[in-house]
Design a protein around this ligand. Structure first.
Ligand code: ADP
Ligand code: MG
Length: 567
């Protein structure tokens, strides 16, 4: 029989650390949350080597008494929760009393804290979970925590950490999220002694977003604000025209806590259903406020996820709040309703008050049938006849059969191969923009751009630093002359941050091709459709786009005969 033993405290903390401390960013998150709970108005963070070497956070919050400062490193020691009822009334970020002991068990930690600058403060030193010393010291009011050599005593975990800049990006993401929700707190973040950002306290979420993402980007968003008896949904979302290559510009806050939550994500995409491409992502900074009792914040060790008591009504309220602001089929008035029945769907771009017309299914079908009949009756059977369906597919009909082409995917393939060949021969030509474009980048994007300036130049984009977080784009590759330079650069930065060096150039070319390619819902005339088909046939791999989706489907007349059992 194996004998059962209670594990020693040190080992228990290390095991808990496995859940709480995944990487340097998780430590930053816990420390920032403690400073927020301590009612700080200023949080200063210094990082070295992506946090692997050092994380230092100083706040001007309430600080701790001597005994509390020692007790704080005991497991399940917290000042924020007293009893079970309290668990359903949590208004603080923390309550589990796990963070400090967990962090201290996997690093060399030093904490200095004081509740009053006029009195003596205390300094606590812990190494790998072992208390090294407790000293009296003079200190300003507040708390300073210094975490060095994360995972020095867990080599297996250390190996899982990523390159410095990847870890740094995670830290920036965490701090940015908390900075958005806590706009009254002055946040400063430095890396390897260089200041990455400094966000002085601001008056509202909008001005905090200006500090982080730049005025222009934020002002392109729509503000939402919707209240019911038990629920308040507010924040900022993008119009369907402004989409991103990934979800980094989506943050949900529940009672001020940045969270991941499937209900909220689903509601967001539901609100944009049919208005954005399935590979693109809306921007959303969404704040949900409700009674603490209606949400369970204790479903995940790092409190990253929450569960709602009443998912259904939250979901519906988010969908409605967004749709009301971005426009949708549901918001057409009576006059337009008539149009829908007769000929067209209309979709309103609330920003410009403009209506976009989309053919209804019925109108479309009868037009295709007419054109097909026209073709069949024609004597002109050598040539192709082209029809565009749904503004997305090209149907080319000849006596040999029917060819269907996805216009965007096909054009992507053509541009991808053109760009790749030009790049290999160092011949990507660029074209100056008539009016250079100023773009404001987030701290994470700025880092990537500075690092990869050589690559960006080599692919035909001329961009230079302007001031602070602003850059000027002066030229773009000639083959992409019609693209939106800002979206191109932002998507390229995302692509670069996500790919390893082995497939980086392919991914970069695919992103560029995507930006230059004709969009869905872009009308093409017969000549353009014919040219696209010819160009596609000349490529090395005409059957798939650079992302692997099909570009072309054919039904040869012989196949049609077989399908209709004429053979
Ligand atoms: P929790 O935040 O879940 O209570 P922690 O392990 O993060 O658990 O912190 C333990 C306790 O230490 C907190 O409850 C709080 O009383 C105290 N504490 C931690 N950080 C700070 C800080 N920056 N300022 C004041 N008190 C703090
Ligand atoms: Mg905490």
């Amino acid at each position: 029989m194996p004998s059962i033993r209670i594990l020693p405290e040190e080992l228990v903390n290390k095991i808990a650390a496995g859940e709480v401390v995944e990487r340097p960013a998780s430590i930053v998150k816990e420390l920032v949350e403690n400073s927020i709970d301590a009612k700080s108005t200023r949080i200063t963070i210094d990082i070295q080597q992506g946090g692997k070497k050092l994380i230092r956070l100083a706040d001007n919050g309430c600080g701790m008494e001597r005994e509390d400062a020692i007790l704080a490193f005991e497991r399940h020691a917290t000042s924020k929760l007293r009893d079970e009822a309290g668990l359903w009334a949590i208004k603080t970020m923390g309550f589990r009393g796990e963070a400090l002991p967990s962090i201290a068990s996997v690093s060399r930690l030093m904490m200095v804290t004081s509740i009053d600058a006029a009195r003596l403060g205390v300094k606590v030193e812990i190494e790998g979970g072992r208390l090294i010393g407790v000293y009296d010291t003079g200190a300003p009011k507040g708390t300073l925590v210094e975490v060095k050599d994360i995972f020095f005593n867990m080599p297996a975990r250390l190996k899982f950490l990523k390159a410095m800049n990847t870890e740094l990006r995670h830290i920036i993401e965490i701090v940015t999220q908390h900075a958005i929700a806590n706009y009254r707190i002055h946040f400063t973040l430095s890396h390897n002694r260089k200041l990455l950002f400094d966000f002085p306290d601001s008056r509202d979420i909008r001005s905090r977003l200006h500090q982080i993402y730049g005025m222009e980007f934020v002002e392109s968003l729509k503000e939402i604000d919707s209240k019911s008896d038990h629920l308040n949904v507010h924040g900022f979302v993008s119009l369907p025209q402004v989409t991103m290559a990934d979800r980094t510009h989506q943050v949900f806050f529940v009672n001020g806590r940045p969270v991941r939550n499937a209900t909220l994500t689903h509601a967001l995409y539901e609100a944009y259903r049919n208005t954005i491409h399935k590979d693109r992502h809306p921007v959303a900074f969404l704040f949900i406020e409700m009674e603490p009792a209606s949400v369970d914040v204790n479903v995940h060790p790092t409190k990253r996820e929450v569960a709602f008591r009443d998912q259904g009504s939250i979901h519906d309220m988010v969908v409605t709040a967004i749709r009301e602001r971005i426009g949708s089929l549901e918001t057409v008035n009576d006059k337009e309703r008539k149009d829908i029945i007769s000929e067209h769907f209309q979709w309103r771009d609330i920003e410009n008050g403009k209506w976009w017309e989309v053919e209804s299914d019925v109108a479309f079908h009868s037009r295709v049938m007419e054109e097909m009949q026209g073709y069949l009756l024609s004597t002109d059977r050598e040539d192709y006849r082209f029809i565009q369906i749904d503004g997305t597919f090209i149907v080319a009909v000849s006596h040999q059969g029917i060819t269907i082409i996805d216009q965007h995917a096909a054009h992507e393939r053509i541009l991808y191969e053109t760009l790749k060949k030009a790049y290999n021969f160092k011949q990507i030509t660029s074209q100056s923009l008539l009016i250079p474009v100023v773009i404001e980048l987030s701290p994470a994007e700025t880092i990537i751009l500075r690092e990869q300036m050589g690559l960006i130049t080599s692919i035909g984009i001329e961009v230079e630093e302007f001031s602070g977080a602003s850059f000027i784009i002066r030229s773009v590759p000639s083959v992409l002359s019609g693209c939106d330079p800002r979206m191109l650069l932002l998507d390229l930065l995302t692509t670069i941050s996500k790919n390893t060096s082995t497939n980086l150039m392919d991914a970069v070319m695919a992103t560029m091709a995507c930006h230059g390619a004709v969009r869905a819902n872009q009308p093409l005339n017969s000549n353009q459709m014919s040219q696209l088909m010819k160009d596609l046939e000349k490529t090395d791999m005409p059957h798939t786009c650079p992302h692997g989706r099909p570009t072309i489907i054919r039904f040869m007349t012989e196949e049609l005969k077989r399908m209709f059992k004429r053979r």
